[in-house]
Ligand binder design. Sequence first.
Ligand SMILES: Nc1ncnc2c1ncn2[C@@H]1O[C@H](COP(=O)(O)OP(=O)(O)O)[C@@H](O)[C@H]1O
Ligand SMILES: [Mg+2]
Length: 140
Amino acid sequence: MFERILLAVDGSEHALHATRKAAELTRCMKPKEFRIIVAYDPIPLYLGEPNMQIAITNRKGEAEEVLKMAVKEVGDLPCEVHTEIIEGDPASAIIEVATVRNSEVIVMGSRGLGRLAGLLLGSTSQKVVSHAPCPVLIVR
Ligand SMILES: Nc1ncnc2c1ncn2[C@@H]1O[C@H](COP(=O)(O)OP(=O)(O)O)[C@@H](O)[C@H]1O
Ligand SMILES: [Mg+2]
């Protein structure tokens, strides 16, 4: 049913739950491809050099760590596993990758690293649910 599954992670506890569900789904569905995306917010130009390069290196490093943890968490999967680190607004990056890669389902957490505890759905998941080119599985 789902040949290409896209998992979005940000290093939060919610994303960890989403990662476990996405791995279960992948084991049941035996898709062709499982893809994990981490996006990091763009670095503002006004930082100037060398601060800008330092900030980019730090954010990329953090994103790589988040990705590594997710890859470890999913374990062995019965399909190809791909990863992407993208600079940009997370929701736009997730939608763009889902579109370009023809993802058939996006799996993500209901909340993330944001601190607005009252929200039922975080800002990234709200935007993705509203604009995604495919079904979205929001894990609570
Ligand atoms: N930078 C990101 N890269 C990839 N996925 C993300 C990113 N930020 C959030 N997500 C995904 O969206 C889910 C919901 O996060 P979000 O909507 O940002 O909540 P909050 O507003 O609490 O931060 C996360 O559990 C994760 O699956
Ligand atoms: Mg967030």
